[in-house]
Design a protein around this ligand. Structure first.
Ligand SMILES: [Zn+2]
Length: 340
């Protein structure tokens, strides 16, 4: 029997579903379909426990209400990455993700991934890029959705890899790639370590977003924007500790890519009611709402907005305003990747 007042985290309000939306912060390796993982495992002889969807789910999906950590989160990615090591699986994953987003009326989608993590079976970076672009082209030809890729430099990998990401981003810029990101554990690997490649990216006119102020300090946000030149901030929720910085980012039109469920699951925020997103919005920060990882977090952009309505009593006008923020902050440039 259902408990009284129990929150249904899977609820999607129809008014939210039907609105056109832009999703700016979404990791490919955290957003696969379970059924496809099972099929790819069979096709590519990937050893998986149980050989059924429930068994796969246990390896890579957070159960609602169970607390975890960024470390556990990263282990889930190790599991899902096994299914993204061939050209066909990469194309398929991108196509299916865009199809899923289209079903939620997402019309602008920015998908991110770290190219070096897809080389376990020997794919070159060119093959990785061409495979994801093929998936994107197929989807954008079929569905009214604009899409582009943000390539992630990873904290913890060698600096050489970060420089390679910039090279590849430049090579494929406007042909599917729309920006670069710095992702991974910011408490272990501060932004400072990646200053050089990030500065090079900015100098070359590549859009830069950075995961900052997620589990790390607010200074990382300030550095990313004012010393590096990041145009957006991934998460950025630590900004609540520095209200004047909210205003400074607003003046520079720097949006925050907020992913509420992800923050609760990685234990950065105690629970939804304690999430600072609403306060940041009230202090006029440029908030956008995103899912981060559809599969791993068992969420979607529509579920995220529905949670905001539930926990913070957002009206549909509040939702529309935040959606507008995302459209305005998108790295998609006309004619870069889509015909629509
Ligand atoms: Zn992220």
């Amino acid at each position: 029997m259902r408990e009284k007042n129990k929150v249904d985290f899977n609820i999607i309000y129809p008014d939210v579903l039907k609105l056109e939306k832009a999703e700016l912060h979404l990791h490919l390796d955290g957003s696969l379909r379970l059924e496809s993982m099972l099929e790819i495992a069979e096709e590519e002889n990937i050893p998986i426990p149980g050989k059924n969807i429930l068994a796969i789910k246990k390896q890579c999906v957070f159960e609602e209400g169970i607390k975890s950590s960024l470390t556990k989160f990263l282990k889930y990615f190790q599991f899902t990455l096994q299914f993204l090591q061939t050209e066909s699986s990469l194309s398929r994953a991108v196509y299916e993700l865009l199809e899923d987003l289209h079903k939620e009326n997402v019309t602008v989608a920015e998908i991110r991934f770290a190219p070096h993590l897809h080389q376990l079976k020997g794919l070159t970076l060119d093959k990785v890029l061409n495979a994801v672009i093929a998936g994107l082209n197929k989807a954008t030809n079929e569905f009214p959705i604009k899409a582009g890729f943000i390539l992630c430099m990873l904290r913890g990998l060698k600096l050489k890899h970060a420089h390679e990401v910039i090279e590849v981003a430049e090579q494929y810029y406007g042909k599917g790639v729309i920006g670069v990101d710095l992702a991974g554990d910011e408490s272990k690997y501060p932004l400072e370590l990646y200053r050089n490649p990030l500065i090079i990216a900015v100098k070359r006119g590549i859009n830069v977003t950075v995961h900052a102020g997620e589990s790390g300090p607010v200074e990382e946000i300030r550095k990313a924007v004012f010393e590096i030149g990041a145009k957006r901030i991934g998460h950025g929720i630590a900004i609540i500790k520095d209200p004047p910085l909210i205003q400074m980012l607003k003046e520079k039109k720097v949006a925050l890519e907020v992913c509420p469920t992800s923050n609760v699951q990685t234990n950065v925020v105690k629970s939804y009611p304690f999430h600072p997103v609403n306060q940041i919005l009230q202090k006029e920060g440029i908030v956008t709402i995103n899912s981060d990882n559809r599969l791993i977090s068992n969420t979607s952009i529509s579920k995220e907005f529905s949670k905001m309505i539930h926990f913070f009593h957002w009206t549909i006008d509040d939702v529309k305003k935040v959606i507008d923020n995302a459209f305005n902050a998108s790295f998609m440039v006309p004619g870069s990747t889509s015909k629509h």
